[in-house]
Design a protein around this ligand. Sequence first.
Ligand code: 5AD
Ligand code: SF4
Length: 480
Amino acid sequence: MKDERKLQSTEDFPIEEPARQYAFMDRLKASLSVRKLAENREFTMHVETFGCQMNAKDSEKLAGILSYIGYVQTDSEDADIVVYNTCTVRENANTRVYGRIGNLGRLKKKHPGMKIVLCGCMMQEEHVIEKIKKSYRFVDVIFGTHNIYMLAELLYRSETEAGRVIDIQSEATRIVEDLPSVQKYDFKAGVNIMYGCNNFCSYCIVPYVRGRERSRRPVDIIRETEALVANGVKEVMLLGQNVNSYGKTLEPAVSFTELIHEVSLVKGLERIRFMTPHPKDLSEALIEEIAANPKICKHVHLPLQSGSDRLLKRMNRHYTKAQYLSLVDKIKEVMPGAAITTDIIIGFPGETEEDFADTLDVVRRAGFMSAFTFIYSKRSGTPAAEMDGQVPEEVSADRMKRLLACIGEVASEQAERLTGSTVKVLCEEYKPETGCVTGRLDNNLLVHFDGCEALLGTITEVRLDECKGFYYLGTKTSDL
Ligand code: 5AD
Ligand code: SF4
């Protein structure tokens, strides 16, 4: 029989996935055990996420692989292996990452054995790779968004080959299922339903760094959800850049409405959220499913980006202000209590005071419960980067101030309406010092109330006594 430990070339490993990755993980696990015994200590990992929930989910997979190999998680960056899962949606995300990599370099000088791994959206950009090669020579492993499942293989190569390992793929060739994952929370989890985006909004770099839309098969999504629920998860968030497009390329095609209904049939699952639908194709069937299905949170995150028809066109969003507002009306008509939240970009090229006034108008008329607001960031390679009328920083900053004031007013008005009502919340945090539990409403707002640790991860009823704008103070009304 072949001595497994003598395997050297990566060609000697299985070709099939995930068997290939498990073989690399087993190999690294064996060598790490030897080092643990020799040095008589634990080996630590630090996985840091920049950016969105898709990245957070990817990080759980990266941590899962490292934990399988035998690393233990630490909050400190002074770890044996540090992974930065990067974001490039806005320029300031990149700047932050560069600063942090510089710090890692200083740490590595003190601990030369440390492994530094960079991955995620930023790594899909050629100019980033060039800069890292030139200015951050101490980085050991670099890969992008399409091959995060290969972490173990790339680490193995880094241990057996001289020099840095760089493996950036331009397109995803496969979806690899059944790799280990370490959840951040015991009671709620994200579940990828699709990867990539085909929309090419003119400001957005995501389609270039995450590739074309690919959907996971319903059977894999359901299997993952069932496994999560069996491990105590009460709430799942179905994740995709544009969930309405789910399943279009599957054989046979499956709609997002059909998928979410099927997920809701998983026994023991109590709550379902989803992120993110695109207003251009949010179907009536989906709105009705959300309304009718008691497990689906009555919360729709519906990115507006701008209220100006002229800008929406330049952004390549494929809807108008009137269409957006009529969608909001439809949601409110079918679900009167529903919370609608949004994303807004300020200072998109060519934005005038009049365009901005349209955005404020939609904020008021839609009655958003909350909003993520962004100052437009020029991303090279996107059509908007070449557009005329780039808005000066101080103009954007001033509009942002006014936008935030407007959202604050509208959102607290919306939140205030629920004061006095009794709602179901998922208990997510307990502070022993104060005996205070924090619960999440189905509209995504938080309530703080007196409780005990046993409530963590349960869904309980709470009366909302006082609204503090973006959160409530409440009293638990159900037994436990
Ligand atoms: N500048 C500012 N905000 C952006 N977003 C995406 N690209 C950019 C950009 N270039 C915002 C959008 C999107 C959210 C995830 O990030 O509002 O909905
Ligand atoms: Fe970017 Fe638009 Fe795709 Fe969202 S829908 S990821 S904003 S291109």
